[in-house]
Design a protein around this ligand. Structure first.
Ligand SMILES: [Zn+2]
Ligand SMILES: [Zn+2]
Length: 375
């Protein structure tokens, strides 16, 4: 609601600014154009392709809190060439399926972490494929975790089964198990070479997978490998004439892990402790600043609107937000002789609608390119 009010305020302010400029007869035509069609300002953007890399489940204390440490590539040259968000969070549900679904839909929702439940809202892949009319091979989900095939589709009846991106998930697709990140990396390079997709999400799972197995050394090794893969992929994109100087890279996480003193610490995750919620975002691209560190707080739900702005499509402003409700219901009549009447608790999923909560991350953009973006 607060966001809707602030949007209304912005509209009023913009109208007033237009009116004043019009009265001043200063470049009247240009201002009317700017006020009536703000999306036209995205014309100056050079980004034509977006690659999102999700490093699954490293904790901030093992990554950006201690640099160069395990991430010398990201915290070194890549940070100098891009924008780093130090206060970036998963403020919703800190497990894999939800953490990825909010990246692709812009909406936090509780979602089954083990089954085939689809996100309630269409994804950036679907919006983009619909908007461009490109073939399904122009958008890809490439994932070490097989279960992330759910990101390709939605339960929204208007969008279900439509504008579905290509998937390359797990060992051999849904239900076949997790794949080593090195193999996911090989697949990613092959798919980028063969199909030249313009919207890609890549999931590297080893930090999360080895932490759940209680293997601290391999958990750390997974973080270090992810750092090398990110550098290698950025180098690959810059060395390819299709992607060079037209591709934005966004590197983030789906969630962190428990702080040491909480619920067994680093092995697991899933609550709202600082360790689970505090993640990071590093972004490089032709429309982004270089060597900039952003102090403002943003969350995973801001990535989808940012991608929409970069690739010049719009996300519906009204979204579905599934909410877990606890309902107390009276139990069936107890057998005669038992005087005690008990209540039972039922959990139900309620589908609410609300306005999209995320915003484009305006601090990423070079001022002259996108300085009008309202927060
Ligand atoms: Zn996990
Ligand atoms: Zn936690």
């Amino acid at each position: 609601m607060r966001s809707l009010v602030s949007q209304l305020k912005n509209i009023r302010f913009n109208n007033l600014a237009c009116l004043l400029n019009g009265i001043g007869l200063v470049l009247v035509g240009a201002f009317i154009h700017a006020c009536t069609s703000p999306m036209s300002e995205t014309d100056s953007l050079q980004t034509e392709n977006v690659v999102i890399i999700v490093i699954d489940g490293p904790r901030y204390s093992e990554t950006w809190a201690n640099i160069p440490g395990l991430i010398p590539n990201m915290s070194g040259k890549m940070k100098q060439d891009g924008v780093f968000l130090n206060h970036f969070y998963n403020d919703g549900y800190t497990y894999t399926s939800s953490g990825h679904a909010v990246i692709t839909t812009g909406v936090n929702q509780p979602i089954d972490n083990y089954g085939d439940e689809l996100p309630a809202n269409p994804s950036i892949f679907q919006y983009w494929l619909k908007n461009t009319g490109k073939p399904t091979t122009a958008a890809w989900i490439i994932s070490s975790k097989d279960k992330l095939h759910i990101l390709a589709n939605t339960s929204d009846p208007e969008w279900n089964g439509k504008f579905i991106p290509s998937i390359d998930c797990g060992i051999a697709g849904p239900g076949t198990g997790y794949r080593a990140d090195s193999l996911t990396m090989l697949q990613a390079k092959q798919i980028l070479t063969t199909h030249k997709p313009s919207l890609v999400l890549i999931n590297f799972m080893e930090p999360d997978g080895f932490a759940h197995a209680g293997n601290w050394d391999y958990y750390l090794r997974g973080i270090g490998r992810s750092d090398r893969f990110v550098k290698e992929l950025w180098g690959f994109l810059q060395g390819d004439s299709f992607y060079r100087n037209s591709t934005a890279l966004i590197v983030t996480n789906d969630h962190g892990r428990h702080l040491n003193e909480i619920n067994g610490g680093w092995v697991d995750h899933g609550d709202n402790c600082e360790g689970c919620e505090h993640i990071s975002l590093l972004a490089l691209g032709p429309d982004f600043k270089k060597g900039k560190e952003v102090e403002a707080r943003y969350t995973l739900k801001d990535i989808a609107p940012t991608v929409a702005r970069l690739l010049k499509f719009e996300i519906d402003s009204v979204v579905i937000v599934p909410r877990l409700d606890t309902i107390v219901v009276a139990s069936q009549k107890e057998p005669v002789g038992l005087a005690v009447k008990t209540d039972s608790v039922q959990v139900a999923i309620v589908l609410d609608t609300t306005v999209l909560q995320g915003h484009p991350i305006r601090e990423l953009f070079i001022d002259t390119k996108l300085n009008y973006v309202a927060k």
